[in-house]
Design a protein around this ligand. Structure first.
Ligand SMILES: NC(=O)C1=CN([C@@H]2O[C@H](COP(=O)(O)OP(=O)(O)OC[C@H]3O[C@@H](n4cnc5c(N)ncnc54)[C@H](OP(=O)(O)O)[C@@H]3O)[C@@H](O)[C@H]2O)C=CC1
Ligand SMILES: Cc1cn([C@H]2C[C@H](O)[C@@H](COP(=O)(O)OP(=O)(O)O[C@H]3O[C@@H](C)C(=O)[C@@H](O)[C@H]3O)O2)c(=O)[nH]c1=O
Ligand SMILES: [Mg+2]
Length: 285
């Protein structure tokens, strides 16, 4: 799509968007710093695009605990300002959020209207961003996704490949359950949603989108080792054996029924996405 403006250039989702939407404009930190929300709004008003996707965020979950002011500016205030600018121009705005808005209790998939309860600063600031985007009065969509991985940037797959090559045995949490999601599928889904929103002003709202089948981080790690041909043993541990500054939700299962019904977008099989990412990494090497 021409005249699409994307915040984020170096991130996982932004880089996969750039492979699919070649003519879009991608604003990196040098051209739009999200710690300056009004500068982000000004960038939209100056560019006068036909749609905006925000693929930038403060994603360092543990670091956010000691840096809440920056996380709030980037994850809440900047998307709020973007959504207001889009409302002013009357164009659709798509924002991305996270499973970490939930408290992780129970063992059932959560739908979009399930009660939230973030356990840390990252989740709390992302939740505030969702609310602000919805309150801006424009044509918006928020896609909540989870456990994003790709060939670029930092993610669990690349960490496991590095550690799996160095060690014979890795301990990985087995009591956090969710859907690993290839960034390429998020990029494709976001572009489909934006296209549908441009055709139909009634389309939009809050949507869940995650890869299937649900698994644990340990299960994800085992599949990474198997597909990469690494021999490292993955030993299951409880979250209590992996202490971190920010707590993670145990139940990150997202019910993705609504996005299938409204946009015809199905949950992608993350194991196929993983195979493609490993191919991409081999091509890069
Ligand atoms: N990663 C994950 O596992 C998940 C991510 N999400 C959400 O998906 C979206 C995309 O995430 P993902 O692609 O993984 O993100 P990444 O962590 O890969 O990249 C984050 C991007 O945000 C940019 N950014 C951070 N701070 C600023 C700032 N102050 N000004 C400008 N740009 C900034 C980074 O730029 P720079 O390179 O300059 O730092 C980078 O391009 C986010 O909304 C995230 O919350 C949801 C669920 C899971
Ligand atoms: C490296 C490593 C991690 N772990 C655990 C820690 C954590 O619970 C889990 C995943 O580690 P990560 O650091 O990738 O997790 P984290 O950065 O919390 O990932 C999250 O990022 C944000 C941005 C999101 O929005 C979430 O959907 C989610 O993807 O694996 C182990 O158990 N053993 C290990 O050796
Ligand atoms: Mg991380």
């Amino acid at each position: 799509m021409r005249d699409l403006l994307v915040f984020g250039r170096t991130g996982q989702v932004a880089q996969d968007l750039a492979l699919l939407a070649l003519e879009a404009t991608y604003l990196g930190r040098d051209r739009a710093d999200l710690t300056d929300p009004e500068a982000c709004a000004a960038a939209i008003l100056a560019a006068r695009p036909q749609a905006v996707i925000n693929a930038a965020a403060y994603t360092a979950v543990d670091k956010a605990e000691a840096d809440a002011d920056t996380a709030r500016l980037v994850n809440a205030d900047a998307p709020a300002a973007m959504a207001r600018a889009c409302a002013e121009l009357g164009i659709p705005f798509l924002h991305i959020s996270t499973d970490y808005v939930f408290d992780g209790t129970g063992d059932q998939p959560r739908a979009e209207d399930a009660p939230t309860g973030p356990l840390g600063t990252y989740g709390a600031t992302k939740l505030a961003g969702e609310a602000a985007v919805a309150a801006a009065g424009g044509h918006w969509a928020v896609m909540r996704t989870s456990w994003v991985f790709s060939a670029h940037g930092a993610n669990f797959v690349k960490t496991m490949l590095r550690l799996g090559a160095e060690r014979d045995r890795l301990t990985v949490v087995a009591d956090q359950i969710g859907g690993p999601t290839p960034a390429a599928d998020i990029a494709g889904a976001a572009l489909s949603m934006i296209a549908a929103m441009r055709d139909d002003p009634a389309k939009g709202g809050l949507y869940h989108f995650a890869g299937a089948p649900d698994t644990s981080w340990a299960g994800f790690a085992r599949e990474i080792m198997a597909q990469a041909g690494l021999g490292a043993e993955i030993a299951d541990i409880p979250s209590s054996d992996y202490p971190t500054p920010a707590a993670r939700p145990l139940n990150s299962r997202l019910d993705c029924t609504r996005i299938a019904q409204d946009f015809g977008i199905a949950r992608p099989d993350w194991r196929a996405g993983l195979a493609r990412v490993l191919d991409q990494l081999r091509d890069k090497a």
